[in-house]
Every structure is written in C-alpha cells, then in structure tokens.
Write a new protein. Structure first.
Length: 184
C-alpha cells in the first residue's frame, strides 16, 4: 500500500490493480493533477486500506490476480457508503458491467481508458441518452464470450463449476478466459 498524503476533507483515491506498471502510471497521473492516492495490488490489501483510510473514490480493476474486483465493491461501500467506485477492465462484458452497477459501482470502463475518461466517469452519476448505438449487432464470437463471462459470474468465478455448466473441459475454459475478448 502506497499513499500520497491528502489534506483533511480532500478527495482520496484508492487505486486497485495487480498490474504494478499500470497502477504506477495511474497514480502518477492523478498525483500530477493534485489528487491524493493510495494503492493496493490485492483484494485483502484494498480492504485493509479502505478501513484505514478515508477514501472518497476508488478505481478498481475487474480482475485482480485470480480474484474478482466485484467482491471489493461491497466492502468499499460498507467502509465508506458514499465512496464513488469506477470499475476498470480489459475484460469488459455486459454481465460484469451489470453486476458492477448492481453492486454499487458508479461507472464501468474498458481499458485502455485515459485519465480524463476515468475522472469524467466519477462525475457521471446520470445515464447519457446521447450515447451512440452500435452500427451492427455483436458478432457470434463476442456473444459467446459474453455468455461465458455471465456463466462464470453466475458461478462466482469458479472455473470448474462454470466449465461443467457450459459443458466444456475446465482447461478449455481457462484457455478461452486467457484470450482477449473478441471485438464487436
């Protein structure tokens, strides 16, 4: 856990990601804008930080090592009911976006996201009716990938249980999960 000392009553951003390089870049970007930060690379470390620090904002990666960042949302909101949480992920899917919002996340962004997009996400408490609609429906590969994510989420991240539910071998599912999501 690293920290930039905030002034009393000032915003404090908790940044949670297991990619130490990305975490450092995000922390430096926020610090350059005069924002105080604390960082964590594991779920338990982030929960400890939430109980020890008066955080106001959190940027949480969806996939933290082998754990889900979704499980952090409830813990962060229990420690700080008014904390604004932005879920940030390279593994974006409709199922995880819906779950993140249901659990209390303020916004859900796919990586890569710029620091301006992340900060704007904290300010967007309302939906945007002007959001652009896709030009065509999702590809079969994308729909299949999102279904896998939903089944995995339904089984609380248990790969073996999800593989059984999908009727595939566990190692096949693991290979699919390690690939980037298909575009469109």
């Amino acid at each position: 856990m690293s920290a930039g000392a905030p002034e009393r009553g000032a915003a404090l951003y908790l940044l949670v990601d297991d990619d130490v390089t990305f975490l450092g870049v995000l922390e430096r970007s926020l610090n350059r804008r005069g924002l105080a930060t604390v960082t964590a690379t594991t779920v338990p470390e982030a929960l400890r930080c939430a109980t020890q620090c008066d955080i106001t904002h959190a940027v949480v990666d969806l996939k933290i090592d082998r754990e889900s960042g979704l499980q952090l949302i409830a813990g962060l909101r229990a420690a700080h009911p008014r904390v604004a949480v932005v879920m940030l992920t390279a593994w974006a899917s409709v199922a995880t976006a819906v779950e993140a919002i249901k659990l209390g996340a303020t916004h859900y962004l796919g990586k890569p996201a710029s620091i301006d997009e992340i900060l704007a996400a904290f300010g967007s408490g309302q939906g945007n009716t002007e959001v652009s609609l896709p030009a065509s429906p999702a590809s079969v590969d994308r729909v299949g990938w999102e279904h896998i994510q939903k089944v995995l989420n339904d089984h609380e991240g248990n790969v073996s249980a999800a593989a059984r539910a999908l009727g595939m071998h566990r190692r096949t599912l693991q290979r699919k999960l390690h690939k980037r999501p298909p575009r469109g």
